[in-house]
Structure formats: structure tokens, C-alpha cells
Design a binder for this molecule. Structure first.
Ligand SMILES: [Zn+2]
Length: 206
């Protein structure tokens, strides 16, 4: 007796710093899936309330209807009950690590999952669930912004306070939108008043 093998899905990640065009790239891929008449949904974290509550909006103003939720469990239930074949998740770094099992379950169920998110926070530290997601992804697109100081390719998000680089513990980890508080910087131009200890970081992760 043979069983038909259930086709599994895949995980695509679009990562990079702020202003690198992640949401635009996410929307571009999802638009193509809509044209291909796939059953497409896009989710975003409820914390990301910039611009709009029901749309994923990129800095250039392109929109796609989005479900806002901060719960991986809720996202999974919604995606499975609606039989979405393509599931986009924007700002995936804001979710807690339970988003990893949600994404794995969707991929197992056959969905094409496309996520966009910051790979590092403004301190240059890997952001929330991103390191694990990057490890298990089928494909990764790491976008670059342009360094506002020297014009090179930039893959850091620089947080500024009074036009000065912030200190490492001086502000909340999560700050959305607020493009006036952030700028893109290359490795050479990224500044942080106080460095951090990778060994200490590792101990807090596991
Ligand atoms: Zn630079």
C-alpha cells in the first residue's frame, strides 16, 4: 500500500536593516502570488501600528491587506482554517520565539511562507527569532540599505538620540516606524556608545 506523499511548503526570508526595502520585496512576492491566483494572506505584528492598522505598508506607500496579530498560535489557526497557500509575515522579528513552531507547522502543512524582518537590532545583536529562522530557511535574501554617512552598502540600523548614537541600554529594544530616530549605517560607520559582550548575549539565548 502506498501513501501519496504530502507536498511540504517552504520558508523564504527577506532580511536586512531598516530602509533596505524588505516590506517592498515582501509585497512584490505576494503580489505575484495573487496574480497566480494563490490563496494569499499577510500577517503583521500588532505592535507595528505605524501608518495603518489593516495594511502592510512599505516606506514607498505600496499596500496589501494584512491581519494584525501578536500571537503565533492565532496566526497558525487563522492560516490553517482559511487554507492559505502563501503566508506572508512582516516584521517577524517582533514575535516571540513561538513564531518558529508556527512557521514550521505551516511549512509542514504545505504553505509557502515568506517572512520579512530585521536580522539585527540597533545594537547589531541578532533580533529575537531571526537567527533560528535564518538557519532553517529554504532561501534568504539579505537586503542592504545605503549608509547615510558615507554612501556604502549598509546592513546596520543606527538609533540616534539628539542626533547622537544611542547608548546600548538607553532605550527600548523595540521602536517602530520613527524613521527620524533611525538611519542606515555600514559596519564602519555604525556607532554604539557602549559595546556589548557576545558571550553574555549567548548565555541569555539558551
Ligand atoms: Zn558608512
Amino acid at each position: 500500500m502506498t501513501h501519496a506523499k504530502k507536498k511540504k511548503g517552504s520558508l523564504e526570508i527577506i532580511c536586512g536593516p531598516m530602509f533596505s526595502g524588505k516590506s517592498e520585496e515582501l509585497i512584490r512576492r505576494l503580489r505575484r502570488a495573487v496574480i497566480a491566483q494563490q490563496n494569499v494572506a499577510v500577517f503583521k505584528h500588532a505592535i507595528d501600528d505605524r501608518y495603518d492598522n489593516t495594511n502592510v505598508t512599505s516606506h514607498n506607500g505600496t499596500k496589501l491587506l494584512a491581519h494584525a496579530t501578536d500571537s503565533g498560535e492565532h496566526l497558525l489557526a487563522k492560516a490553517l482554517s482559511e487554507n492559505y497557500t502563501v503566508v506572508g509575515i512582516d516584521e517577524v522579528q517582533f514575535y516571540t520565539t513561538d513564531i518558529i513552531s508556527t512557521i514550521c507547522a505551516l511549512v509542514e502543512a504545505g504553505a509557502r511562507v515568506v517572512v520579512a524582518g530585521l536580522d539585527m537590532d540597533y545594537r547589531g545583536i541578532p533580533f529575537g527569532p531571526m537567527p533560528t529562522l535564518l538557519a532553517i530557511a529554504d532561501s534568504i535574501t539579505k537586503l542592504k540599505a545605503i549608509c547615510t554617512k558615507c554612501g556604502s552598502d549598509a546592513h546596520f540600523s543606527q538609533l540616534l538620540e539628539n542626533n547622537r548614537p544611542t547608548t546600548i541600554n538607553s532605550g527600548p529594544l523595540i521602536l517602530t516606524g520613527a524613521s527620524d530616530k533611525f538611519t542606515a549605517r555600514c559596519r564602519g560607520c555604525h556607532e554604539i556608545d557602549k559595546g556589548f559582550d557576545y558571550n553574555e548575549y549567548r548565555e541569555t539565548q539558551f
